[in-house]
Design a protein. Structure first.
Length: 201
């Protein structure tokens, strides 16, 4: 008597070729979706950090105004003087200027057009307790009495640059570095240097 093998039972599993094709498809899908998910998460983290630092700085400016009557004159000195004047109201882990400036800010960073910026002569820098970096420069785009009007809005007192993820990259304006415009009635963040997807808070 000759017994025949039950071929149905032998063919229930997947072949090696089928497994490899499936893994290849999964790899392609992952390659297409994971970078987008990571990029979206990164943008959300930057936006969340930006909202947090705007709140912290607005509170500091409100307390400064309560003690001094106005923000007028706050941005008149060099940037490091502004940092010091705000020190009773903002928790820094370190402040820097002059030769040690790169201990608190980047030696170079990038504009959206990929041009390179360097540390200004009249700048002051600080590292906040949460690890964010602060750069205040007397750039000449505002006046001491907060009377500047125009492109940047009414009653502009000064500007503050914030790097929301500290010394981590990409160190690019509109990506992780943002400019806050300080007016008599508080901070107004404007999407002046931004990339699509992170230009509004």
């Amino acid at each position: 008597m000759i017994f025949k093998k039950d071929t149905h039972k032998l063919n229930n599993g997947f072949t090696l070729a089928e497994i490899l094709v499936t893994l290849a498809i999964i790899g392609v899908v992952a390659a297409l979706t994971v970078p987008a998910l990571v990029n979206d998460l990164s943008k959300k983290q930057h936006v969340s950090s930006l909202k947090k630092v705007i709140s912290i700085t607005n509170q500091a400016l409100t307390m400064y105004t309560a003690d001094n009557g106005s923000l007028k004159g706050l941005f008149d000195p060099d940037g490091i003087d502004v940092i010091r004047n705000l020190s009773p109201y903002i928790n820094y882990s370190r402040t820097c200027s002059g030769p040690d400036a790169t201990q608190c800010w980047h030696a170079t960073w990038t504009e959206l057009d990929n041009s390179e910026k360097t540390i200004g002569q009249w700048s002051g820098f600080a590292i906040l307790q949460n690890g964010m970096l602060m750069n205040i420069t007397n750039s000449g785009m505002h006046t001491a009495d907060c009377s500047t009007d125009g492109t940047y809005g009414e009653n502009l007192c000064g500007t503050i640059d914030i790097d929301t993820n500290g010394f981590e990259g990409p160190n690019k304006i509109g990506r992780d570095i943002f400019r806050l415009f300080v007016h008599l009635d508080g901070i107004k963040y404007k999407p002046l240097w931004t990339e699509k997807g992170i230009d509004k808070c």
